[in-house]
Design a protein around this ligand. Structure first.
Ligand code: ADE
Length: 238
């Protein structure tokens, strides 16, 4: 899968894209990252990418011209159609369902906003999806784009081994169960004895109950969409 990232700060991505799982996936040619510096598409001698808001107000607005030229070049570079996704706190909140859908695509174009915003005419003409990481404001879209690359990229077939994708948080609408490793006693704190019993069915049942309890405690909103059995519902009422 190919990710095209349009940004004013391409250097912000070099660390995250050249470490760990994403690095290995790129080396294996499962993922491809193309960074595009929006400033390279500015046409005036000062390489201006932003200007004051028309109608007045604080801050600066990203000009439509350089963004449009950059987007045109990126779309023309690959015959596969791609959603053009703008990172913005005014967007739809990103979630695992969106990550799963996007991971099926051959490519994704991510546009990082900066300053007070982006000229709406660019958005109307090119942007297909507007996405937010949550109800808070970042200094720009770069960290949001990085997050989306990470969440989508890890779901692309063969990037991770399928075992590690099973039963993770948000998979079936429940949070993950707690994990433990050796030693069985750490500074006087024992692991839950059931995990040492070797009884796989009981362990699976305990873990499932932990997932239900955690979700109820931390994210009760998720239970509305979770796949729950009659027994699960009973347990949640206790
Ligand atoms: N840019 C600034 N804040 C953002 C947010 N919360 N999500 C996505 N992009 C952003």
């Amino acid at each position: 899968m190919r990710f095209d990232i349009l940004t004013l700060f391409p250097a912000m991505f070099t660390g995250p894209l050249t470490e760990s799982i994403l690095k290995r996936a790129a080396q294996a040619e499962l993922l491809q990252f193309q960074l595009h510096d929006i400033r390279d598409y500015a046409t005036d001698k000062h390489k201006m990418v932003d200007d004051s808001p028309t109608g007045g107000g604080a801050g600066m607005v990203m000009k439509p011209g350089p963004l449009a030229l950059c987007t045109e070049a990126v779309l023309a570079a690959d015959p596969n159609p791609a959603p053009v996704v703008l990172m913005t706190p005014s967007g739809r909140v990103f979630n695992q369902t969106m990550a799963r859908e996007w991971a099926k695509l051959p490519r994704l174009v991510l546009v990082c906003g900066h300053y007070e915003g982006i000229d709406e005419r660019y958005i109307e003409r090119y942007v297909t999806d507007q996405v937010s990481l949550g109800d808070f404001v970042l200094t720009g879209g770069e960290l949001a784009a990085m997050t989306i690359v990470d969440a989508v990229g890890r779901l692309v077939p063969e990037v991770l081994d399928p075992e590690s994708l099973a039963h993770e948080s948000h998979d079936d609408g429940l949070l993950e169960y707690p994990h433990y490793t050796k030693p069985a006693d750490w500074n006087g704190v024992a692991v839950p004895p059931i995990l040492l019993s070797g009884h796989h069915a009981n362990i699976a049942k305990w873990r499932h109950e932990q997932r239900l309890r955690r979700t109820l405690e931390r994210r009760p909103d998720m239970l509305r969409h979770a796949t729950l059995s009659k027994k699960d519902r009973q347990l949640l009422k206790e």
